[in-house]
Design a binder for this molecule. Structure first.
Ligand code: SF4
Length: 324
């Protein structure tokens, strides 16, 4: 059954009168068309959430009978109420050229990783690589992740669970962030990204070194800070209030001031004007790493804050994760 038919059945079964639609930025082009189709076929009123949607950690709070969340797989450990996850896997695998480009720089035993968008390609890619003499492992997910081999920017379990069984990783996908997390968490093994859109493959080592230099600089700047703002998210899958409280207590132990800031969307504009010398982000781990240049003050992960305070040595640097 097509996903839209499954959705229409759920709408009718629930006798919903209002339906909220939540799209990640890359799928916004489908919003008007889907709203039109749902309204035409069921008579409901659709409400499109115009706020950004970053993951299954972030389901909109909408005054509707049913929320339709597109583009992300649900997080098994979360309890969603009245949410339909509209499954939209990416296109079929058309060519193995980008995998072959990666194969030339891969070790023998490989861990295969991707995001939800390309998860349906993994069995064919595993078979292809095994036919070329590699041993391929696809790590089982933890409770935050829906599929084997799937990474989230906040959960690298599918990589670390097979760490002992592989000599390196092949990441199938388009952005640097997910494989970067693996390269930092498992520093002694190569991580190669095979990009199906560009048709290219490359080792992540240079990106890893550049990002670590950037993190080192943020930590060095934050050592001067006296007043820290600890950001806590309101989003269902990003809220880490206990961690934020622990970090506040840790700051006090080291004679620093720290205050909690509760937010939905974390952005540099919304943090302007506060008398804070540095930020510590307990919301989505991508924010401190990817958006660092947009913030006037240094913005740190929780583990980096521990380094600033002297609680953790730089040699014990780890990537921030929200594990279930
Ligand atoms: S917390 Fe961040 S990295 Fe994790 S799923 Fe949400 S948006 Fe993605």
């Amino acid at each position: 059954m097509a996903e839209t038919d499954r959705l229409l059945e759920v709408i009718r079964g629930r006798n919903a009168k209002t339906v909220g639609l939540q799209f990640p930025v890359g799928l916004r082009t489908k919003a008007v068309e889907l709203a039109q189709e749902i309204e035409g076929k069921t008579g409901v009123t659709c409400l499109v959430s115009a706020d950004p949607s970053f993951g299954a950690c972030d389901v909109a709070d909408m005054p509707v009978d049913l929320i339709v969340h597109l583009g992300h797989a649900p997080m098994p450990h979360l309890r969603y109420h009245g949410v339909f996850f509209y499954d939209l896997p990416g296109p079929p695998l058309a060519s193995m050229d980008f995998v072959d480009a990666a194969e030339r720089i891969l070790p023998k035993r490989i861990g295969l990783l991707t995001t939800t968008q390309f998860r349906h390609w993994l069995p064919a890619i595993r078979d292809h690589l095994e036919a070329k003499g590699h041993t391929v492992r696809i790590g089982e997910p933890d409770r935050r992740v829906a599929y084997a081999g799937q990474l989230l920017g906040c959960d690298y379990h599918a990589a670390t669970v097979i760490e002992e069984d592989v000599d390196g990783y092949l990441y199938i996908g388009t952005g640097d962030f997910h494989p970067l997390g693996v390269a930092i968490l498992v520093p002694d093994k190569p991580v190669v990204i095979a990009d199906p859109e560009r048709g290219t493959a490359r080792d992540l080592r240079d990106v890893r070194e550049r990002v670590l230099r950037q993190r080192h600089a943020a930590i060095a700047r934050a050592r001067e800070a006296q007043i820290f703002g600890i950001i806590v998210s309101k989003k269902i899958g990003q809220a880490r209030m206990d961690l934020a409280r622990d970090l506040k207590a840790l700051a006090q132990k080291y004679g620093k001031q720290a205050h909690l800031f509760l937010m939905d969307l974390v952005s540099p504009e919304l943090l302007q004007g506060y008398r804070v010398d540095a930020w510590v982000n307990t919301a989505c781990p991508r924010i401190a790493i990817e958006d660092v240049l947009q913030y006037k003050e240094p913005i740190l992960t929780p583990q980096e804050f521990e380094i600033v305070l002297g609680e953790r040595p730089w040699d014990d640097y780890v990537f921030d994760e929200i594990r279930a």
